[in-house]
Every structure is written in C-alpha cells, then in structure tokens.
Design a protein around this ligand. Sequence first.
Ligand code: TYD
Ligand code: MG
Length: 462
Amino acid sequence: MARDRTIYRCSACGGMEPKWAGRCSACGAWNELVEERAAPERRSQADGRTGPRVGPRPIAEVDTDRWHPAPTHVAELDRVLAGGLVPGSTAVLGGEPGIGKSTLLLQALAGLAKDGHRCLYVSAEESAEQVRLRAERLGALPPNLWLVSTTAVPEVLEDVAAVAPDVLAIDSIQTVYDPALASAPGSVAQVRECAHRLARLAKDRSLATMVVGHVTKEGGLAGPRVLEHLVDTVLSFEGERHHALRLLRATKHRFGSTEGLGLFAMTDAGLEGVPDPSALFLADRRPGTPGSVVAPVLDGHRPLLVEVQALVTATTASMPRRAAQGLDGGRLALVLAVLGRHVTGPFTALDVHTVVAGGVTTAEPGADLALALSLLSARTGVPVAPDLVACGEVGLGGELRQVHQTARRLAEAARLGFGRAIVPQSAPATVPGMTLLRAATLAQAARLAGVQGPADLQRHAS
Ligand code: TYD
Ligand code: MG
C-alpha cells in the first residue's frame, strides 16, 4: 500500500521541510521538525460538525441536553469528573506504568455498560485474553462491554463504525499508530495525529472517549503539549508504587472544577474508593512518639489529615542530610532556616529526615507549622500531645500566618477526634468541637506544644 506523503513541520515557526532535518531552514530552530500528513484528511464536514450549522442564539437558549455527564459508578472518578463522562468529549488519563490506569478504565466502562451504555475497550498494549482475565477478576463482564485488541487507528475507526458504541476507551495513546506516518508509535507526530483523529471521532459521533496516556519521568504527559490542548479533560493518576493509595486529580476539565480529588486503594479486587482518607492516613499513627505532628492540609477542596514526621540525628557526613519525602524540599529548607534563626539556633551537624506518612504528598504552606513542630519535637525528644493538630504557614520573620479555609480543615480534625489546634492569631473565632491555641510566632507555638526545649536550645527567651 502506498503511504500518504508526509512532510516535516517546524513546531516553532510552522515552516515546512520535505525531509527531516535537525534544524529548521526557515527559522533556524533545532529539533523542532515533526512529521505530519502532507494533505490532512479532509474533514467530514467543516470543523467536525455533524448536523446543520446552528447560527448565533441568545445564550440562555443554547441547548445543553446533549452535554449531561453519564456516571461511571466509580464514585471517586465521578467526583473528579463532576458527575461522569460527557458524550462527545475526550478525556486523557495519565499516569506512570503500573499505577492502575487500565484497571480504572475497565471498572469505569463496566459501570457505564451496566447503565446500558454500549462501551468499546480498545487495548493496544494487552491481548484481548489478558484484558478479559483481568475483567473477570474485577467482576466486570457486562454484555454491553465490547473488547478489541488492535494498534492501528484505521482499524479502531472501522471497529467503532461496526460496534457503534456510546463510550470508547483507548489503552494507550502511545501504542496506537497511524500507518500513514512513518514515525514510530509513541513519537510526537503519531501521538498528535492519533489524538486529533480520536478527538474528532468523539465529536462527530457524540462518543465519550477516554484515552490512557503514559507520563514521562518528569511527570508530564508523554507526547506534545498539543495532547492536553486537544482534549476536554486531563486526569492524572498518581501514587507511590509501594503504597496502595492512589490519587486522581483533574488538571484540566471543561465540564467542572479541577479542585476535586479522588482517592483509591489498589486491592486484590481492583481499585476501591477511599471515602475517609484522613482516618486511613492516621490509622498507623503511634501517639506519644517524638517528631510526629498531625496537620490538616487541603488537596483541592478536600481537607485531609496527614501525619508529618521528623527525625533529627547527629550527622556522620560533612554535609548534613536534609531529606523531605512527601514534602517540598524548599519548604523544609525554609522552615529549618526560620527555626534556626528565630527559635533554636541552627541545625548544625544534624541530619534531618522528614516524611508525610502513608504515601501522600503535600507541598502546601498549611503544613509548615506542623513540620516545624515535628522538627522541634524530634530535636528535643518531647512528644506533642496526641489530641493536638497544627495548622498555619511560617513566615520568614518567624511569624505565623493563616492559610485559606482554616475553619474547614479544623472541622475535619474535630470530626476525627482531635480537640485542640495550634493556629495563627488571625484564625477564625471559633470552630465547633475545637479548642484553639493561638500563637503569633513560631516560638510561641513551640511553647504551646511544649517542644521549645531546654533554655540552652532556645535562641530567644521571649
Ligand atoms: P494496571 O491497571 O495494569 O496499571 P497501568 O495500566 O497503569 O499500567 O495495574 C497495575 C497493577 O495493579 C498491576 O501490577 C497489578 C495491580 N492490580 C492489583 O493489585 N489488583 C487488581 O485487581 C488489578 C487488576 C491489578
Ligand atoms: Mg495498562
């Protein structure tokens, strides 16, 4: 079969080259040439429209019936999608290999199929038998769920025409390819072209499409940025490989907010929603251990209680270690500097290890105070009272600042049985069920928590 002619276009200036070259002859940019079809397939109709053209209307008369989301009945996924999958839209589900993307996709399709939606699962990575075996283990064999194993996009289009599904899933965008392009599957050119064709197919047929995408080491979706522009929703599925916990977030969502957070645990029976994550994160906490402080943080709109742990030991290296796991290294450096300058004197010749227990990651300033108190508690060997949480941002002058939604965070802490909170001076007047201990500075907070240490450790007696 004769290949369609392809050209190479510069991503920087749009210039065209008949052959690949390292440098664009038009603008001189290096490594910007990407293969594409010489004559892009003529669109079925202008701009992928299916019906007759609809002219301008008053905004209130625009019909939205078609855009109702269909629930997947995977509760945590529906929460992040603000209801479910929208017909005609395309979503990409990004995540590292082995995190559970295929599992989530299969569970979502099974839920949709049980509602009577016809679903087609295109597996480009695993054989149909492998997918069926997994589906069996997940108890996901509804009659409306169709399965095919293929990698060529034209075959996918044929299968969609034959099955006429309402929902299409492609696993994954990096393994499908368009034979018209010479580039290998997974290359920028292939990912872009395939994503284009699938997004157009979704619009043309009012098909809800979900596409799996692998991420690079740096955490971005593999493939060009254009993938994120093309689709309506970008979901990112994260978690630590050695923990069962998985976090699902929308980094882009045209049909709702991107503040939702979905939490799952990977079990033998697939992904299970975690409706009460705070309780899970704190389940293994040993109250009375020095270096452990609980912080109510916020992930999107969702308040979460996490345990911040610190260990401070004499170093044997010439450069003391500063390790932050699940925390931002920059914030650890800042908190250590402020502690050293305003509370205790520098952490010289001391190794510092800090973690957020349970495989959660938080980079937000609301955990600063808990981090600071856990460091002091670790350094002095004095545990923080088990009914105490700490919530606030640490400023460079050693002052404490309120973080947004403090009341909601503390309400979550009260729900889990914590009775006292160390908070900045400006914190809300009252929080039901919570005794607020106000501190203007980190040094005052340390005294309230009882971890200021002996006088020779304190920089300021004030
Ligand atoms: P998978 O969905 O294949 O991940 P991805 O598509 O993101 O690469 O599943 C990842 C891992 O999850 C796999 O190594 C096995 C594990 N797993 C379970 O623990 N329980 C299950 O029920 C399933 C289906 C998978
Ligand atoms: Mg997979």
